[in-house]
Design a protein around this ligand. Structure first.
Ligand SMILES: *Cc1c(COP(=O)(O)O)cnc(C)c1O
Length: 387
């Protein structure tokens, strides 16, 4: 399906709402039925129609159709956050006594679920270095039901060979889930590579303006219905109509924004790489990246996020650098219009900081929609002042 068609037309029945170009926000909690028979069938299968907005809602429906098509999937569920999407996807596919194989250092709240929540129900997790397929083979146990992936990881950008993992998992009857937030389906299509569930935070590139939180899962109709019937309805963390509308609006410009951000990131990456205060950069599409060939094979693009290591003898120098930036903001998240920086050493005390450990000198930069030179000038003056 043509991406322009998906973004501009798919799922939009404009004749139903006065031929308005922008879809309506159907801000209702419940839907009237005309017959008891209708009610009976909705009670039997809430996935079949509109009953109550904790389940299905027409504004959200438009978004679901577009997101499923972008991922090349049969179906999609949209949640109130990426974290709740992860939670529902995993919970729907484990029971007491089951085992999960997860890549090292997944997104914070995925890791919290594996380490804190699931052990309470007898579900255990083994973390592996996902850069080698043998590590998956070795970690799989007879009771493994889920393999959890994040490729690229949003800090160190480590990749997994998605086709190889999918093939292995299928042979062992294991459900594969990937956090595809870094690439989005515009730059990587996990479903086409055989992964069962593709998760994304919609807060980042889909929303694109740092003004809404959301998340989604894509997969087969059967898998999405299974999740809808239990976790989705039970946790009640579906997205609200207004937020769904903001995400539809975000989608309209997503390809253009990602093109722009990709180009700017390349320019900023080249600047950082040649800067005397920078030891090196970590970026999947940079030739120095350890898994560069896999990145080129598996991903159509890489954009806004990169990490770099500065030469700094103390934590104070890195703090001074971050606090000297005039335009690039210090904040969590990414994917919006604004450039952002996060120093790894924020989670360390001055005593814990060890300049011999490269990771302590790591900063993550997100390049937003500003002019490349504007971002470079800001970094330049902070380097001069602080490092
Ligand atoms: C932000 C993020 C999430 C979580 O999404 P929320 O919408 O904030 O809940 C998950 N994975 C990655 C890689 C993220 O960056």
């Amino acid at each position: 399906m043509d991406i322009s068609y998906i973004i501009n037309e798919l799922g939009e029945d404009r004749e139903l709402y006065f031929n308005a170009v922008a879809p309506p926000i159907v801000q209702t909690s419940n839907f009237r039925v005309n017959t008891v028979e209708e009610l009976k069938s909705l009670f039997a299968d809430e996935y079949s129609g509109y009953l109550y907005s904790r389940g299905l809602n027409p504004t959200v429906e438009i978004l679901r159709k577009k997101l499923a098509a972008l991922d090349g999937a049969e179906d999609c569920l949209v949640f109130n956050s990426g974290a709740s999407a992860i939670f529902a996807a995993v919970l729907a596919n484990v029971k007491a006594g089951d085992h999960i194989v997860s890549v090292d250092k997944p997104y914070t709240w995925a890791q919290k679920m594996f380490d804190v929540v699931l052990p309470r129900f007898g579900v255990t997790t083994t973390y592996i270095d996902g850069t080698a397929i043998e590590n998956f083979e070795r970690a799989i146990l007879p009771n493994t039901t889920v393999i959890y992936l994040e490729s690229p990881n949003s800090w160190d950008f480590k990749l997994q060979d998605l086709e190889a993992v999918a093939e292995l998992a299928k042979a062992e009857n294991i459900v594969t889930i990937i956090d595809n937030s870094y690439c989005s389906p515009l730059y990587q299509k996990p479903i086409e590579l055989g992964i069962d569930i593709a998760m994304q935070t919609a807060t980042k590139y889909i929303g694109g303006h740092s003004d809404t939180v959301g998340g989604l899962l894509c997969g087969t109709r059967a898998m999405m219905k299974k999740i809808f019937d239990s976790e989705f309805l039970n946790i009640g963390s579906g997205i609200q109509p207004f937020n769904a509308w903001l995400l539809i609006r975000g989608l309209r410009t997503m390809p253009a924004r990602l093109d722009r951000i990709s180009a700017t990131t390349r320019t900023v990456a080249a600047f950082l790489k040649s800067h005397p205060q920078v030891e090196g950069i970590l970026f999947p599409f940079d030739e120095s990246f350890p898994q560069y060939d896999l990145a080129r094979r598996q991903m159509k693009g890489a954009c806004g996020l990169l990490s770099f290591y500065v030469h700094a003898q103390s934590r104070a120098r890195i703090v001074a650098f971050c606090e000297s930036l005039k335009h690039i903001m210090m904040a969590v998240s990414w994917g919006g219009h604004e450039s952002l920086i996060l120093p790894k050493c924020a989670s360390l005390s001055a005593e814990q900081f060890d300049p011999a450990i490269q990771e302590h000198r790591m900063l993550r930069l997100y390049t937003g929609l500003e002019e490349a030179q504007y971002i470079i000038d800001d970094l330049s003056q902070a380097f001069l002042k602080a490092l």
